[in-house]
Write a protein that binds this ligand. Sequence first.
Ligand code: ADP
Ligand code: ASP
Ligand code: MG
Length: 412
Amino acid sequence: MALIVQKFGGTSVGSVERIKNVASQAIAEHKKGNQVIVTVSAMSGETNRLVALTEGVAGYMQKREYDVVVSAGEQVSIGLLSMAIKSMGTPAKSYLGWQVRFLTDSSFTKARIRNVESERIQKDLDAGHIVVVAGFQGIDSEGNITTLGRGGSDTSAVALAAALKADRCDIFTDVDGVYTTDPRIVSKATRLEQISYDEMLEMASLGSKVLQTRSVELAKKYSVPVRVLSSMEEGGGTLLTKESKEMEHVMVSGLAHNKDEAKITIQGVPDTPGIVATIFGALADANVNVDMILQNVSARGETDVTFTVPSSDYKEAMDVLIGPMNQVKAKSIKGNPDIAKVSAIGVGMRSHSGVAQRMFKALADEGINIQMISTSEIKVSVVIDQKYTELALRVLHDAFELDKDIGDRVYS
Ligand code: ADP
Ligand code: ASP
Ligand code: MG
């Protein structure tokens, strides 16, 4: 007997019909003689609706109460799914995050899981129930409700799989696996049979929302066997694996994009020690995550500092920087929220030079200007004007021949 965790996203539980379909899939796994835990998101559109309600009643973010409101969507979907499973003849029980006890820290809106208690669930599983658990939510040590950040049900599922030492964690979604890039943007995108934890981690953190970044971190840390599959059609999906030798032959395995960042440039700062410490210290104190940073000194001995922040922190960052700007005697500050980050990812990049050059040339050939660049062992990212995102993904997909079988890709 195996223990399987299944996770179904918003679209997969988006209607009564779809909830019944999910119930059938959970029951099919149970009928094979396996123990089954199902984690679900809120019905599609529901979390967005709840977020909009919070914005409607308050002019500023009240994080504790926000979590109380936005976690509500999952309560409905777990209840409905349990009812559907029971009415099809299999015992089922639903639990909210605090009932299981998903213990998290107190970072409302983006809490991190500290511990998942397994006793209650294990008891129900042993008694023959399918256990249905709300994704996306937990409770802190003070008893406050917390949420894990948008897309957090993936993380709930992987955390449950790790805590209960599940044999498999199947993430069912509205695409049939992880693709070379978002298949809704590039029609030539192809499904990957497997992807390493490290590549998936980069893809997710660079914007591929098919899995929440934290879920991949946990899967890697606890070696959870994760598959990404379609909830609507049969198919092998994509398996997350440790790196294999074979993967190292592939220079680039995927492309990611992120439109949810903004660029800020502080201009004309005298070039003296402590400038960046002052600027980024202020942002760190305000809990603003800074991503790419570019600093250069002009011939006049002045420094320009450019960096990116999440769009959700953009306004706060601009406000927070007024004090430090005066302190470091900067001449001006400019913000641009209409940017996108496009990234090429692949563990094989380590042993291939020329990835960045191929990327720059493909973008230049289309007249797309590169505003910032950052590289690591397994990725190259560029910041471009947001209106060219889709075009950039398409030309890069062609440039890296990602639509071809691995063996047929000819790189110079
Ligand atoms: P769920 O509601 O099931 O959690 P999400 O909308 O969060 O689903 O994630 C699935 C979506 O991720 C797909 O519909 C697709 O548009 C997007 N996506 C982005 N990048 C990729 C990729 N590389 N492979 C597959 N899907 C991707
Ligand atoms: N319902 C939450 C969201 O929309 C969590 C999830 O879907 O994973 O972000
Ligand atoms: Mg999701």
